[in-house]
Design a protein around this ligand. Structure first.
Ligand code: NAD
Length: 431
């Protein structure tokens, strides 16, 4: 059974978020940004509360939250994970609005998910669950309304089922309803590498600003998955960086002279688990712990695994000059304060890992035009947008003497608030 609710009539978000949760951190960050911008109460409410929420409680709990459509259609992933709940989905939808606004895409934020462990399902069950969920949330989706994408435990196959279910119900081919589709169904070239490539651009631009050259710069990457693997390999191949350490859930490899990534990639490809575990005879590397990797004396540290890795406990031991957040939320608020105090430059997730949503946007544009670009065009568009956003943020942070994260929230919230104001979407009781 599906339930739909729309803000502001329903004060859902007013319920106290759990302390320390992603939602409470996001709301705290918003609150200080509202104060800096001196926003009126009504505007604060409009930006804090999602516009629309839908839950489906048949068999599994499924959610779709649309945070804001002020700047364009809502955009955001669908995750399948037992830990998915409304609080998490609301926080992630809000962060998508912020991320899209930072890199100036004409999208607002959304997020969705089902509280399920897909490993417990057969492929047939996974398909049925996906099609059922797509049908339930279909009334609020649309290429100009809300466009899902893959997220944790969902992939291009899940997006293909989504697109097919909706196309069948609408009676026409609607590739623009999702992004992250297989290439054969309208996906974009360059999507798989996009987030990692965006992380690379953020890292290289930061090094240049600090008067350092990427050639020979020492880099450590936590999380050798989609984001971390592409970032490490592009930094090595295209910029001549020295990748001294990489890790995943199974192991962490270290070589102060630079790892031979060709050997690492070959090992991961041959390993049935797809993990680093067992790397050793293939090439010279020491085995260290993930905690040791985070404390290496490198020029750039890229946390690209999961949230909450650099905390109040270990931030003092971080020796990197620059941290580029490939993962979402790898640095806690407490750690952020310590790193800022110590002069470590942190490029925040909402800018650093925005390459994925930028290429999702490019996929959507290609779908709407039914005209597809080559890889060179996609990379050049991604690069142009990432560089422009980085430059804008770096300048703003310098002008206002703010760290990059605070500056990016300021830029994003200001853009969203202006769109709301210009559209005249104020609450009747608000400012
Ligand atoms: P992934 O599953 O492909 O890779 C994650 C990697 O991290 C794996 O190598 C895994 O073994 C490793 N890992 C997990 N827990 C770890 C731990 N405790 N210590 C060390 N390594 C650990 O995922 P991904 O798509 O690369 O995403 C990584 C992060 O980037 C996530 O936070 C995700 O939300 C974020 N992100 C991804 C994209 C994207 O386009 N894929 C876009 C934006 C943000």
């Amino acid at each position: 059974m599906a339930h739909l609710s729309q803000s502001p009539s329903r004060p859902t978000i007013a319920a106290e978020p759990e302390p320390g949760s992603l939602l409470s951190t996001t709301l705290a960050q918003l609150e200080s940004t509202f104060d800096r911008l001196e926003l009126a109460e009504g505007m604060r409410l409009l930006i804090q509360q999602p516009e629309r929420e839908l839950s489906d409680i048949a068999v599994y709990k499924g959610y779709r939250v649309q945070h804001s459509s002020a700047r364009g259609p809502c955009k955001g992933g669908i995750r399948y994970h037992p830990g998915v709940d409304f609080g998490e989905v609301r926080a992630l939808a809000t962060l998508m609005s912020i991320k899209c606004a930072v890199v100036d895409l004409p999208f607002g934020g959304a997020k969705g998910g089902i509280s399920v462990n897909p490993a417990d399902l057969t492929p047939r069950e996974l398909e049925r669950l996906t099609r059922r969920f797509a049908a339930m949330i279909l009334p609020i989706l649309g290429g100009k309304r809300d466009i899902p994408a893959p997220d944790v435990n969902t992939n291009e196959q899940v997006m293909a089922w989504f697109m097919d279910t909706i196309s069948a119900r609408e009676g026409q081919y609607t590739p623009e309803i999702t992004t992250g589709k297989p290439i054969a169904l309208g996906g974009s070239l360059g999507r798989a590498e996009a987030t990692g490539r965006g992380v690379v651009i953020a890292a290289v631009e930061t090094l240049h600003k600090l008067g350092m050259t990427p050639q020979g710069a020492a880099v450590a990457v936590q999380g050798y998955g989609n984001v971390g693997r592409h970032a490490a390999n592009i930094l090595r191949e295209e910029y001549g960086c020295k990748i001294v350490a990489v890790s995943d859930v199974s192991d962490a490899l270290y070589n102060p002279h630079g790892l031979d990534l060709a050997l690492v990639n070959d090992h991961v490809a041959r390993n049935t688990s797809g993990l680093l575990a067992g790397f050793g005879p293939d090439g010279p590397a020491d085995h260290i712990t993930n905690a040791e990797l985070l404390a290496l004396g490198v020029d750039v540290l890229i946390p690209a695994a999961i949230e909450g890795q650099i905390t109040g406990e270990n931030a003092d031991s971080v020796k990197a000059r620059v941290i580029v957040e490939g993962a979402n939320g790898p640095t806690t608020l407490e750690a952020d304060a310590i790193l800022n105090e110590r002069g470590v430059v942190v490029v925040p997730d909402i800018l650093a890992n925005a390459g994925g949503v930028i290429v999702s946007y490019l996929e959507w544009v290609q779908n709407l035009q039914f005209y597809f670009w080559d890889i060179g065009e996609v990379r050049s568009q991604l690069s142009r947008r990432m560089r422009a956003s980085f430059e804008e943020l770096w300048t703003l942070s310098g002008e206002l003497d703010l760290d990059l994260r605070s500056a990016s929230y300021l830029l994003a919230v200001d853009r969203i608030a202006k769109a709301i104001q210009q559209r005249g979407l104020f609450l009747a009781s608000g400012g």
